[in-house]
Design a binder for this molecule. Structure first.
Ligand SMILES: *Cc1c(COP(=O)(O)O)cnc(C)c1O
Length: 410
């Protein structure tokens, strides 16, 4: 039997407890949606203010050199690289995840030879599928989707040019084993693209050691870079010479300020850039990355598994009679940092919880998602969130018709 007292003891012994102070968490709110939009790092306003009210205002265009704005995409890339298990020179921060996916998939297809199949899974995040559909149609390729994520390895064949997967299923929180899937894809002669949107900052990654070819991911989820934060792109050094994306922009040119009429790709990860970096957004993201500078990702993983494990155990202990169905894997190696629960009234339940200060989110058709970011979520938060859910059930308050009205963003 779990008790709140026991969870408070876990908080007292938590090696990551101090990191919570690096984020602004509104009083009275239990924020279980950092997997969708991370909270604001306390250092973000000053970082943004420095760019706006000093650099931009006073130093104007000279800031591109004076404050090194021009190198922010690669400088931030190097800050992020350790979280990805990437040696220097392979990560850039730029554009959105969707755009970066277009860059890496187009480059992978350009290097594909005779093969004409992109392999992914039907449950992949929709934007990933949309990007793949667009490129497949224009590159005379077929997009093949397996319905069961465990079948990707057996679906690889001599036609497979690229295996494109997201490590963490955005609905269920299921975690793919990048090492074994990547090596199976390579054995079948395919290139591998990993989308790490729900991985970076939540699970330890070893992209170099796993010999991943290409990867992309999000800046505004577990990396806490702010709404619409720039995303990242990883190009393994061994692939950089062959990396020729369809999106050729001047920031990927070897000499952008020579204004030559002909595109010549820059060396290395530089060629993954396209246009001018969004400096203000970059400054906010840098504050998010700095919050990880002394963080041991092994501890993050350990606490993440404890938080999600306890949440599932408490759902069983406190809410067993309400017809909830947990769809997140129970096995630790198979789950990331979120728990997904199915219920026919998932939408109004989430709305009622939000009104009571527990913020999770809803994913169509009937899934409640709860993200547990180990840098700022406490064990007692897990207790209090489940207690609120139980209260919403026992009082039947979620049946209030006003919880059924849908806003544009869920
Ligand atoms: C959140 C997410 C994205 C978001 O892409 P944007 O271009 O930043 O909107 C892409 N892929 C996955 C798997 C995601 O979870």
């Amino acid at each position: 039997m779990l008790t709140r007292e026991h969870l408070a003891e876990l908080d007292a012994a938590d090696a990551l407890a101090a990191a919570r102070g690096r984020f602004h968490l509104p009083p009275g709110i239990i924020y279980l949606d950092g997997n969708s939009l991370g909270p604001m790092p306390c250092a973000a306003p000053a970082a943004v203010q420095a760019v706006v009210e000093s650099q931009w205002r006073d130093d104007l265009i000279t800031s591109w050199n004076r404050h090194d704005w021009v190198n922010m995409p690669l400088r931030l890339g190097e800050k992020l690289a350790p979280l990805l298990g990437a040696a220097p020179g392979q990560v850039a921060v730029a554009d959105s995840t969707s755009v970066n996916l277009f860059k890496v998939l187009s480059a992978a297809l350009a290097a594909r030879g005779e093969r004409n199949l992109i392999l992914s899974e039907a449950g992949n995040f929709p934007t990933d599928l949309y990007v793949a559909q667009g490129l497949a149609a224009r590159c005379d390729c077929e997009l093949k989707l397996v319905t069961d994520g465990d079948e990707v390895q057996s679906a690889l064949d001599e036609r497979t040019a690229v295996l494109m997967l997201t490590q963490v299923d955005f609905r269920s929180g299921r975690l793919h084993d990048i090492a074994s899937i990547t090596s199976a894809a390579h054995a079948a002669g395919a290139l591998v693209i990993w989308d790490l949107a729900h991985s970076a900052g939540a699970v330890p990654l070893q992209l170099d050691a796993w010999q991943v070819d290409l990867a992309v991911g999000c800046g505004y989820k577990y990396l806490n870079g702010g709404p619409g934060a720039p995303a990242f792109v990883y190009v393994n050094r061994s692939f950089q010479q062959r990396f020729a994306p369809l999106l050729q922009g001047w920031f990927g040119h070897v000499r952008p300020f020579d204004f030559e009429p002909q595109f010549v790709a820059a060396e290395g990860i530089h060629r993954a850039l396209c246009g001018t970096p969004p400096v203000i957004s970059m400054a906010a993201l840098e504050a998010g990355l700095d919050a990880f500078s002394d963080v041991d990702m092994a501890l993050v993983r350990e606490k993440s598994l404890a938080l999600t494990g306890i949440f599932m155990a408490l759902l069983h202990q406190e809410c067993a009679r309400f017809g909830l169905q947990v769809i997140t894997p129970q096995v630790a190696e198979r789950r990331a940092s979120q728990v997904a629960v199915r219920h026919a009234d998932a939408f109004p339940l989430i709305q009622a919880l939000i009104e009571r200060g527990v913020i999770g989110d809803f994913r169509s058709p009937d899934v409640m998602r709860f993200g547990f970011a180990p840098l700022y979520i406490r064990f007692v938060d897990v207790w209090d969130a489940v207690a609120k859910l139980r209260e919403v059930f026992t009082t039947r308050s979620y049946e209030d018709p006003r919880y059924r009205a849908r806003a544009e963003v869920t």
